[in-house]
Design a protein around this ligand. Structure first.
Ligand code: ATP
Ligand code: MG
Length: 445
């Protein structure tokens, strides 16, 4: 029978990777908790209209990239391509917004029918935050600081923040008129895609990757020139707050984001760790979205970071600096203790001991090959455990277990040499192992 394969762009996360993912997620959870963000989990499947109305019909995501189908009840359903619209829908549906400002975070798979390549998949994962009901310029800087500090704490190096203001809907309308007029006069110099966008979503042309279009855009009028004085002042206030937080940024007047709901602050955070600058995090303010989805006018801001791209960046950082924070995070999990056992009587004692140690919180791997001690010790070394516990029939007979350090343990812990310990004094054994495993971990061996 032929073996079945996963769908194109849908990628398995194998144990070696899930370990790393969990480490990253754990750090993210700590930061969210410090920032007062609470987790929200929404369904992967939503009515198609949510994204059509929320993200905008003329965007690439809605126009070309959604997984949309009719369910058995003939409703049009879509696998979520991003998190913001769902979070806002849920907040409205569950009355969260009547309880004051909401600082929320989410994580999980998103689906976009794109051309798969490195760091771009059809099922990918995001972690994101949405702050609903917060309007100040300071909050824009604060939400950016959350992303910045999280990425820095993860050991991502070469971070750069690009920021722009997309102004109010009126500002964008004024700019749209001016941009379309300018581009219409140069229509024949635009690529086919951009020509089409001229009537559907002209601001997105600024995001074009087409070299000739990009070159032409160098000369195009800038959004900044259409911003009302209040919008400019707001943008300045955000930049000042970033200055106060000592977060470096670069103003990029051509930064527009792929989704229609953004206004005022828009930003992206990139890392140079993969050679070229890779966008790991994108976000901005979306004051109009709640209303567009049927709620009362509510200011809001958020960002999402791409887990796959973040992991690529972290792996590169770990290779570049084997002693750094990223290397620590992507390290495979190892057991604390490896139990080497051989013989009928030893097996019973090892089973009991292993279970006891596990219930005391130690990660224990027991060799179940029954092979010669030499072979078991080789596996113990490969396991990365700090200690081997050795049980042969002779030890079992005497009611002891031999502790053999597999890594250099500071002498002070009294575990530098191998020694026998009584099986009847479990607390002393556990304490010694935990202390030893701890000092091995902190000595960085
Ligand atoms: P891009 O310009 O790379 O397509 P985007 O603007 O479509 O990005 P957002 O919607 O802002 O991306 O999503 C935020 C982050 O999610 C991105 O910065 C990226 O890290 C990640 N991301 C987006 N699309 C994908 C994908 N198809 N596969 C993997 N990660 C993705
Ligand atoms: Mg995209």
């Amino acid at each position: 029978m032929t073996q079945l394969q996963s769908l194109r762009g849908m990628v398995d996360l194998l144990p070696e990777q899930t370990c790393r993912w969990q480490a990253v997620e754990a750090v993210a959870r700590v930061h969210f908790q410090r920032w007062g963000c609470r987790e929200i989990r929404t369904p992967l499947l939503e009515v198609t209209e949510l994204f059509a109305r929320g993200i905008g019909e003329a965007t690439d995501v809605v126009g070309k990239e959604m997984y949309t189908f009719q369910d058995r009840g003939d409703r049009s359903c879509t696998l979520r391509p991003e998190g913001t619209a769902s979070v806002v829908r849920s907040a409205l549906q569950n009355g969260l917004l009547s309880q004051g400002a909401q600082r929320l975070w989410y994580g999980g798979p998103m689906f976009r029918y794109e051309r798969p390549q490195a760091g771009r998949q059809r099922q990918f994962h995001q972690i994101g935050v949405e702050w609903l009901g917060v309007s100040s310029a300071a909050s824009d800087a604060e939400v950016i600081a959350l992303a910045w500090d999280l990425l820095a704490d993860l050991g991502v190096e070469g971070l750069a923040l690009e920021i722009n203001s997309l102004g109010t809907p009126d500002d964008r309308l004024a700019y749209r008129t001016c941009l379309v007029e300018w581009l219409e006069a140069r229509r024949d110099q635009l690529d086919a895609d951009s020509q089409q966008r001229l009537s559907t979503n002209p601001l997105r042309i600024l995001d074009s990757k087409h070299p000739q279009t990009k070159a032409l855009l160098e000369e195009a009028p800038l959004l900044e020139q259409s911003l009302a004085p209040e919008s400019l002042a707001r943008h300045q206030a955000v930049l000042q707050a970033l200055d106060a937080l000592a977060i470096p940024y670069q103003c990029n007047p051509r930064l527009v984001r792929g989704l229609d709901y953004y206004g005022h602050t828009a930003f992206e955070i990139t890392s140079d760790q993969l050679g070229a600058q890779a966008t790991v995090c994108g976000g901005g303010r979306y004051d109009g979205l709640v209303q567009q989805l049927g709620g009362a006018a509510t200011p809001a801001i958020g960002w999402a970071l791409g887990m796959e791209r973040l992991l690529l960046v972290l792996e590169a950082a770990a290779t570049a600096n084997p002693d750094g924070r990223a290397a620590q995070l992507v390290q495979a999990a190892t057991p604390d203790v490896y139990v080497v056992n051989r013989g009928e009587q030893a097996l019973q004692a090892a089973l009991v001991l292993t279970r006891q140690l596990r219930s005391c919180g130690l990660a224990v791997e027991r060799d179940e090959s029954g092979s010669a001690f030499g072979k078991q010790f080789k596996r113990a070394d490969r396991s990365g455990a700090a200690f081997a516990l050795v049980l042969g029939d002779e030890e079992a007979e005497r009611g002891v277990v031999r502790i053999k350090p597999l890594k250099a343990v500071p002498d002070a812990d009294g575990l530098a040499d191998q020694q026998d310990r009584s099986l009847n004094d479990l607390p002393a054994l556990v304490e010694a192992l935990k202390k030893g495993a701890n000092s091995v971990a902190t000595s960085g061996d």
